[in-house]
Ligand binder design. Sequence first.
Ligand code: AMP
Length: 216
Amino acid sequence: MIVILLGPPGAGKGTQAQRLKENYGLMHLSTGDILRQEIAKGTELGLKAKEVMDAGGLVPDEYVIKMIEDKINQPDYKAGVILDGFPRTTQQAITLDEMLEQYNKKIDAVIEIKVDDEQLIKRISGRYSCAECGVCYNKYFKKPAEEGICDVCGSTEFKHRSDDNEETVKKRLEAYYKETMPIIPYYVGKSILKTVDGMRDIDEVSAEINSLLEKK
Ligand code: AMP
């Protein structure tokens, strides 16, 4: 099964992808995560990407397409994959279809998660994670039970993504509306787009996504 999660930054794509991975045994492929790994390793791609990411822009298509191409046909990914944050441009969507066609695969569902801008800005600018175990928190919605101590591993070190500040978030939203939203009619035309209301509780959103996928 190949599932695309589409939605603005902060819509909950990463959280829902994690749940789909657990429920359906699919691989989670996030281009944002791969780029952050490249930045952490200090590679040439990482250095180029960091500048664009910190400015809230999109990394050029050729780099992200290459990243997907390298992964999608690996044995681990053959059973199925959730694409989180890819495609983000019409060119990426078209190239993905061409790539899948070569391997006789096709997209089963594109799930668009919709959330209001005001809520997105709060979700993103408030989010941080444990530097040790990676569990996510939010200063507005979900603080650790004891301030400054991770609920899961007890660490007192936390990290905050450098592009998760209010100014960059606004730019990332602009990039979403300008570059990514035009993909929606492309998938509507293929009758594979489903839209869910991402303003609801995480469990309700994931129940709806599961029921949409079970109908497939
Ligand atoms: P994310 O973790 O999905 O929010 O992605 C973080 C940042 O990585 C984005 O704001 C972009 O700068 C970059 N990025 C991730 N995926 C893509 C993509 N498919 N195309 C272009 N840039 C991307």
